[in-house]
Design a protein around this ligand. Structure first.
Ligand code: ADP
Ligand code: MG
Length: 343
């Protein structure tokens, strides 16, 4: 509890104890182009090692804790994949190309078979993205895995949360909601047949970071974020930082066949407020529609228009149903909640 007895949320605590003070600091350091508040921080342009073009350095850290982000019996191969995937996803959201990563790990005991499988999952994904492990730290303690990933992006061109423009379309990659659907079945919130669970659980255990898409969106998209905490919650970060609002056509948000077979209410809950999908949500001017449809063909997965950026109004996000009607505020509110580790 805080001094005022109101519980302090994850984002409030970061703002009060770290972000405000860090922003004061950053003013004195011109190399910090973007500090706390986006998917990656950006350190100012340096000459690229293999060309004369100017590149900014994109950096992000994400930590996975046993009992919080994964269960004690989690498959170590998939865990190795996931802890790097969530970091690569932050590079994707900035349009950055991976350069390398560090790994800090604490574990209660040394189990060679577990470490073998974990490192296989980690390196299989790292090799797929030409992203070498360059260092780290290892200690005894509760199982916790923290990765810091480094990437590069053309000087001044990174996608960022604060760059959405009024009139932009809002897009989402592939499909969202399956990770939440699988989690709900594990938590006994709703039933899934074994076949359904197998079809959707890969999305929770082994997300695909959209690294190629992020890079190809440079020059096309204005703003982007990866969906880790829930589509609407993550979109709201873009809107607040860009000082704009949005309309979202909620039944246009793409979901899998398994999700589409569920009630409309469950579909909406999973697609709008479910986290852990690691798809990209981005905004782009309407004249980029053909280019984005071309990218979808090239990459082999859907890119779907799900809304519109509007000028700032008291309601940050207006949800529009399949009949074109705005959802009543009490119904909207439940979908607008996204994941917060402390609330
Ligand atoms: P993401 O979901 O993209 O990983 P988060 O929601 O975890 O981002 O964090 C939001 C922002 O706050 C990011 O810019 C992140 O770097 C920053 N942040 C989170 N925790 C801390 C911390 N303890 N100290 C400094 N910055 C932090
Ligand atoms: Mg992110």
């Amino acid at each position: 509890m805080t001094d005022s007895t109101k519980p302090l949320g994850e984002f409030d605590l970061i703002e009060r104890f770290f972000k405000n003070r860090a922003n004061q600091q950053s003013k004195n350091y011109p190399q910090i182009l973007l500090g706390i508040g986006d998917d990656c921080a950006l350190i100012g342009a340096e000459k690229s090692f293999n060309s004369n073009s100017l590149k900014d350095l994109a950096i992000s850290t994400d930590m996975l804790v046993e009992g919080r982000h994964f269960l004690p019996d989690a498959n170590p191969y998939l865990l190795g994949h996931k802890c790097l995937a969530v970091n690569l996803s932050d590079l994707a959201a900035m349009g950055a190309s991976p350069l390398g990563f560090t790994l800090a790990i604490s574990m209660p005991e040394v189990k060679a078979s577990w470490l073998e499988a974990f490192s296989n999952g980690l390196f299989d994904l790292a090799n797929q993205h030409q992203c070498p492990l360059i260092g780290g730290d290892t200690t005894a303690g509760p199982l916790t895995i923290s990765i810091t990933v480094f990437g590069s992006v053309s000087g001044g061109e990174a996608l960022a949360r604060h760059k959405a423009q009024v009139g932009d379309d809002i897009w989402v990659s592939h499909q969202v909601g399956d990770a939440r659907l699988a989690l709900g079945a594990l938590r006994h919130e709703w039933p899934l047949s074994a076949e359904e669970f197998n079809a959707v659980s890969g999305r929770m255990h082994a997300p695909t970071p959209r690294v190629d898409l992020g890079q190809k969106l440079l020059g096309i998209a204005n703003a982007a974020i990866d969906i880790s905490d829930g589509l609407l919650g993550d979109l709201s970060h873009i809107l607040r930082q860009s000082k704009v609002s949005a309309e979202v056509f909620i039944d246009e948000v793409p979901g899998s066949d398994v999700l589409k077979s569920k009630s409309l209410e469950l579909q909406r809950l999973c697609k709008l407020s479910g986290g852990d999908d690691y798809e990209l949500c981005f905004t782009a001017p309407p004249e980029k529609t053909a280019a984005i449809n071309g990218l979808s063909k090239e990459l082999g997965f859907a890119l779907t228009k799900i809304g519109k950026v509007t000028s700032s109004s008291t309601q940050l996000i207006t949800l529009i149903d399949g009949d074109g009607h705005p959802l009543p505020p009490n119904l909207s509110a439940q979908y607008l909640q996204s994941f917060d580790h402390f609330q």
